[in-house]
Design a protein around this ligand. Structure first.
Ligand SMILES: C[S@@+](CC[C@H](N)C(=O)[O-])C[C@H]1O[C@@H](n2cnc3c(N)ncnc32)[C@H](O)[C@@H]1O
Length: 402
């Protein structure tokens, strides 16, 4: 059994700087390469995209920086034990051997997230239960009492990953999912996940040097993510430093502060010279966007318009349009096909060649009604919805209908 330090003994700062370890950053399907780039910018090495995650190596500073700055990460996990188990008893015995008293605070709370594949462990819930029993039994033996389970807001989140008979235990250094940025004051019916929004913008290749426009902006997630990028505001700037790693025994406050300071210094360091605009037909949801932008102090950077998209021209000059129109079960629109036909007409007649459009949808039937041929189709998931991010390059002259 390999057991690595996870919140274990404190080491002198210099020594710790040099100590590198493996980590896994979780993300959404389709965003792995984008996250790999973000991690490299954090100083990560051995970066390897895998399905819905990226494996990498780095020291504690990389772990802190990845948590604070990566816009497309959902969680940063630190593996700390690997062993083989062929049945429940072996799983229990190996988990019991781990020095949990050096990892978990017996007066804190913990939870276990589990995924299993292969024939050895067919019920992930049962494997998690066995693991929990072993942790609790060991801590009760050592302290006479046990930590409580909290499935919502645990101090220590443990990931149990079993593939065939290979067991890996990982500590979640982020805590709450990193899509919870902390800037949401209110939302519409179907707000897009913040990580997906940031991923869409990055996939569009927007470099903050052309205008940005979302004609169906809802509560403004794409606009806020865009304005944060333009201002170099770290992804978790509004999260109030709520990270699980701060409860680890080897949490190094000086290192964390220095990483945060370095990143915060970049805020507003470069003046961006572009317009960021949003539009929506629903005034209530637009007010949510306004409240979110105000909270994030980005309201001066973003213009909001009220009306139907076909009445609002994008800003003048080169513009990237990134949008998330209605689709799926949460939104009922009388005639989605008609809405998509109007969207295509608006792109052709009102936007023209100065605009490049990126649109995400899970409605493959309605998608055909746009009547334009996408030059790129990228598969993404919005929750469980299989989606496509479509790129439309617009040009003047006659369009060949798809
Ligand atoms: C999926 S939601 C967008 C959610 C948004 N990305 C967010 O994070 O909150 C689709 C939005 O399209 C808007 N919408 C529907 N028809 C519209 C139209 N004709 N013109 C402008 N907006 C429209 C809805 O009001 C809704 O806010």
């Amino acid at each position: 059994m390999i057991i690595q330090k996870a919140g274990g003994r404190t080491m002198p700062t210099e020594e710790k700087k040099r100590e590198t370890f493996k980590m896994i950053a979780k993300t959404m399907f389709g965003l792995e390469e984008i996250l790999a780039d973000e991690l490299r910018q954090c100083g990560a090495t051995e970066v390897e995209p895998i399905t819905r995650a990226v494996a990498f190596e780095g020291d504690m500073r990389v772990l802190y920086r990845a948590n604070y700055t990566c816009r497309t990460a959902l969680a940063i996990l630190k593996p700390f034990a690997e062993f083989e188990a062929n049945d429940d008893q072996e799983l229990y015995d190996n988990v019991y051997k781990i020095k949990w008293e050096k990892i978990i605070d017996v007066d804190g709370t913990f939870m276990i997230d589990s995924t299993t594949s292969g024939e050895y462990f067919t019920h992930s819930y049962y494997a998690a239960l066995k693991t929990k029993d072993a942790i609790v039994d060991r801590l009760r033996r050592n302290f006479g009492h046990r930590p409580n389970i909290d499935t919502e807001n645990a101090d220590f989140k443990i990931n149990l990953h079993i593939a065939d008979n290979k067991v890996t235990l990982l500590l979640n250094s982020s805590g709450d999912s990193l899509h919870k940025r902390g800037y949401r004051q209110g939302v519409g019916v179907a707000p897009i996940n913040e990580v997906l929004a940031a991923g869409m913008i990055k996939l569009s290749g927007w470099k903050c040097d052309t205008n940005f426009y979302d004609p169906m902006c809802g509560s403004g997630t794409l606009l806020i993510e865009a304005a944060m990028m333009a201002n170099h505001i770290p992804a978790q700037y509004y999260r109030h430093e709520n990270f699980a790693f701060k409860r680890w025994r080897d949490f190094n406050i000086a290192e964390w502060k220095s990483v945060k300071e370095q990143e915060d210094k970049k805020i507003g360091s470069i003046d961006f010279d572009c317009e960021i605009w949003g539009n929506d037909i629903d005034i209530d949801v637009l007010q949510q966007a306004e409240a979110n932008l105000r909270y994030a102090k980005l309201h001066k950077d973003v213009m909001l318009y009220h009306g139907s998209f076909e009445e609002q021209e994008p800003p003048e000059g080169k513009t990237i349009v990134v949008t998330n129109p209605p689709y799926g079960e949460r939104i009922k629109v009388e005639d989605l096909n008609e809405l998509y036909t109007k969207l295509g007409d608006t792109f052709k007649n009102l936007y023209g060649e100065r605009c490049e459009v990126w649109l995400i949808t899970s409605d493959f039937e309605a998608m055909k009604h746009i009547g334009l041929h996408p030059s790129k189709k990228i598969q993404l998931y919005n929750g469980s919805l299989d989606c496509r991010l479509l790129k439309f390059e617009l040009y003047s002259g006659r369009y060949k209908v798809q």
